[in-house]
Design a protein around this ligand. Structure first.
Ligand code: ZN
Length: 122
């Protein structure tokens, strides 16, 4: 019975072994003392979460920048921007803003008029 995939076995075997004479010990390198504490575990989790959020933010900023740098009319950029933020006045959005309208699509009378329905599916 094997506990690891062949690729994992190769990676594990490629880890350099420390040949110094010392006893094995459990350590947690995120704490100054090498000990695990709830605080140090929480800090690691929060750092990872912030790093992921920061990475997502950079991707999002790059996406918006590429939209605004497109060589298309400004009104098209603004339309795309509003569409991406679900800010166009489709019937569902009007309903959310307390405008008394029937949210069923006037074109097909089959579904509620969400932004996706109006732009892509109807
Ligand atoms: Zn429709």
């Amino acid at each position: 019975m094997s506990f690891f995939l062949d690729l994992d076995k190769e990676l594990i075997c490629s880890i350099p072994v420390d040949f110094q004479e010392r006893d094995d010990c459990l350590s947690w390198h995120f704490d100054k003392t090498g000990s695990y504490t709830v605080k140090s575990g929480y800090k690691v989790a929060m750092d990872a979460k912030c790093q992921e959020a920061s990475s997502n933010l950079k991707v999002e900023q790059q996406w918006w920048l590429s939209l605004w740098n497109l060589k298309i009319p400004l009104k098209v950029k603004v339309f795309a921007w509003k569409a991406c933020l679900n800010g166009l006045p489709c019937l569902i959005n009007l309903r959310k803003r307390n405008v008394l309208v029937n949210p069923i699509c006037h074109c097909c009378n089959l579904e509620e008029e969400t932004l996706e329905h109006a732009l892509f599916w109807c």
